[in-house]
Design a protein around this ligand. Structure first.
Ligand SMILES: [Zn+2]
Length: 240
């Protein structure tokens, strides 16, 4: 039984190596810092899912009757904290995890099967180059990219640029100031102008809709038709 001993010790070494590998590769949950099997731990994932909106298609049509708004969640509680942790504590991987939920909801929804939507390209709302540099990533683009991977829809971030540095909309005091702040914030690059097509805009949060409206107007000037808008979350609205 000469062979038994070396085999036994090599198995032990293998197990030890796996344990070391697991502890090196298993990143903790970015929200609670506890060990997680996926990006998020099961507990945080559950807490986020608790803020999934009852209706994906927003029945109050806040943009217009022609342009549907889809919001996966309600901007509150664990979902609001997860978005803040992504943006301000440098955890873009949180958006990767949540994009899977949005893609799943999109694919299950009965309201997303129209030809205009199914054939559309997806444009994430861009950040200004300076903002992108300081944050290091655009959370809307991370969401949209993963969403497109999963739904096989084409991602076209190059169709829209943010050409004006704007204040955070929360720092503006009036509707007029918000509109002024975003006015001419976007542009379609001249080499993209001949591409007439249907698009869907993608953003992380929908609040007043001023950003989305400005982007729609800019794209429309270049004959690019926005057929729908998908966001991760919007504050709760009452539809009665
Ligand atoms: Zn967690």
């Amino acid at each position: 039984m000469q062979w038994f001993k070396p085999l036994g010790s090599s198995l032990k070494i293998e197990r030890l190596a796996n344990a070391v590998k697991d502890s090196l590769w298993q990143a903790n949950c970015p929200l609670c810092k506890r060990p997680a099997d996926g990006i998020l731990c099961k507990d945080c994932d559950r807490q986020i899912t608790a803020y999934q909106a009852r209706e994906f298609l927003q029945k109050d049509n806040p943009i217009s009757l022609e342009i549907p708004l889809y919001s996966w969640g309600i901007y509150d509680g664990a979902l609001k904290r997860a978005i803040a942790a992504c943006k301000y504590e440098n955890h873009p991987e949180i958006m990767e995890a949540i994009a899977v939920k949005i893609a799943d909801t999109w694919q299950r929804s009965a309201h997303t099967k129209t030809k205009n939507l199914q054939k559309a390209s997806v444009i994430p709302i861009p950040l200004h180059a300076n903002k992108l540099k300081s944050r290091g990533f655009n959370q809307a683009e991370i969401l949209a990219r993963r969403f497109c991977d999963l739904t096989t829809m084409p991602l076209k971030p190059q169709l829209l640029q943010r050409v004006k540095e704007t204040k955070a909309q929360m720092q503006t005091n009036s509707k007029q100031e918000r509109e002024q702040n975003l006015s001419h914030a976007f542009a379609v690059p001249s080499n993209q102008k001949s591409n007439h097509r249907n698009v869907i805009l993608f953003d992380d949060i929908y609040t007043t809709g001023v950003t989305i409206r400005e982007a729609i107007a800019t794209l429309s000037d270049s004959n690019i038709a926005v057929r729908g808008v998908i966001v991760l979350a919007r504050p709760q609205f009452t539809n009665n």
